[in-house]
Design a protein around this ligand. Structure first.
Ligand code: GLU
Length: 411
């Protein structure tokens, strides 16, 4: 068929596909052809959704809760969301100040699409989750990427924020604990960023708190609208059940923010996907209003895995990994591998080469740091059981040891 008469939307054509999903697809393709792969690429808990949540969904089906819900979510779920924001984050929120969407991604995309015009700017500290800049591009706006390297523990400083703000800035995106670095902002660090934002009333703040409960070393979680209540009127605080309750496939995200913004997001969603799945909303209601012990247990498991993985990565020649404060990712510098040659003869010029060779030659799937805006790094998701993680780390170590150095002729 001649497709020359057709073209894609220009914003879509400019945006990149999701690098995390790309790697997950590669893993699935290999597995379906019979190969075994250690998948350290997907950012999703490996636990089953707790039993009482699954039962609530089954009960919802039996009870016939199988029809459309309100676009912004069932009233009972929105009340539970408001209660969660009050209980855990100290936010002064009523149910009308909330919205429920089909996954955290839709909360973020709705907010950006509802507000951005051509030429607007969004400040995205790097390393960032792969989808932020692409969503901004889809909306025809420009991501202003602010590099936040290891020297500042991957965190945005007030000085860098101040420099990045311009007349076209519409949003700052914050994500703590961070995907991919695991960096966690303290109360004081958020307060210092808030001070800068108070001087720039035209900037909205999107706080992606999806890893809220995966925070280690006894540290406390803070979100910016809680630290600086004067910012609440221009902050979208978003979260979801995916990571906290091992519910990635149920697709429920939620948020709270100023009513004008929530109304615009609801209008957009009402013309797009309508309300989220009624069954999933009932499951999310059980998650938010039922027993919360699952959260503490999984945090302990991830904290244990973090040490296991970080120690193993630091024992691999050429890799260097700081101890992340939260989430379930290790973000390791692979600078020491760049320029080396693999057993199959590939020269590792970039972190993308490293990720590809790890998959091809060691059957380990990771995601390259460049997809997160900081190179040369690799992101390792440690959402696997201990035995598999140990095996996968051995495979990474073996790969690193097998590399030859073209500058060292004796090697
Ligand atoms: N957020 C997870 C990750 O970074 C899931 C995949 C995605 O949506 O990017 O791996």
């Amino acid at each position: 068929m001649d497709t020359s008469a057709h073209r894609l939307n220009a914003n879509l054509a400019r945006a990149q596909p999701s690098a995390t999903y790309r790697m997950m697809d590669r893993v699935a393709a290999r597995r379906s052809s019979g190969a075994s792969v250690f998948s350290l690429s997907a950012g999703e808990p490996d636990f089953d959704t707790p039993e009482h949540i699954r039962e609530a969904a089954i009960e919802a089906i039996r009870a016939g809760h199988t029809r459309y819900t309100q676009v912004a979510g069932m009233r009972s779920l929105r009340e539970a969301v408001a209660e969660k924001f009050q209980r855990e984050n100290g936010l002064d929120v009523g149910w009308q100040d909330t919205i429920v969407c089909s996954g955290g991604k839709q909360v973020i995309y709705n907010a950006l699409a509802a507000t951005l015009d051509e030429g607007d700017e969004v400040i995205v500290p790097a390393p960032y989750w792969v989808s932020y800049p692409e969503m901004v591009a889809l909306c025809g706006a420009r991501a202003v990427v602010v590099p936040c390297g290891i020297e500042g523990r991957f965190k945005l400083t007030p000085q860098a924020l101040c420099k990045a703000i311009g007349p076209r800035t519409r949003w700052l995106i914050l994500n703590s604990p961070s995907n991919p670095s695991g960096a966690v902002y303290t109360r004081d660090e958020l307060a210092a960023l808030a001070d800068v934002l108070l001087a720039h009333p035209h900037v909205l703040v999107l706080s992606d708190d999806i890893y809220e409960h995966l925070i280690f070393d006894g540290a406390a979680f803070f979100t910016i609208a809680q630290v600086e209540p004067r910012l609440a009127c221009r902050t979208l605080t978003m979260n979801g059940v995916s990571k906290a309750y091992a519910m990635t496939g149920w697709r429920i995200g939620y948020g709270t923010g100023p009513r004008w913004l929530l109304d615009a997001m609801e209008k957009l969603q009402g013309q797009q996907t309508s309300g989220a799945s009624s069954i999933s909303q009932h499951a999310a209601l059980a998650a938010l209003s039922g027993p919360q012990d699952f959260i503490g247990k999984t945090r302990e498991v991830f904290e244990h895995r973090r040490s296991l993985v970080v120690d193993a990565l630091n024992a691999a020649p050429g890799l260097q990994c700081e101890i992340p404060g939260g989430a379930f990712y290790a973000f390791a510098s692979c600078m020491g591998l760049i320029g080396k040659i693999t057993a199959a003869g590939t020269v590792l010029k970039t972190d993308e080469d490293v990720a590809r060779a790890l998959l091809d030659e060691a059957s380990v799937a990771v995601v390259q740091g460049s997809a997160f805006g900081l190179a040369p790094y690799i992101r390792i998701a440690y959402a696997l059981d201990d035995d598999t993680l140990v095996e996968a780390c051995h495979a990474i170590q073996g790969f690193c040891r097998s590399l030859s150095d073209p500058n060292n002729v004796d090697a």
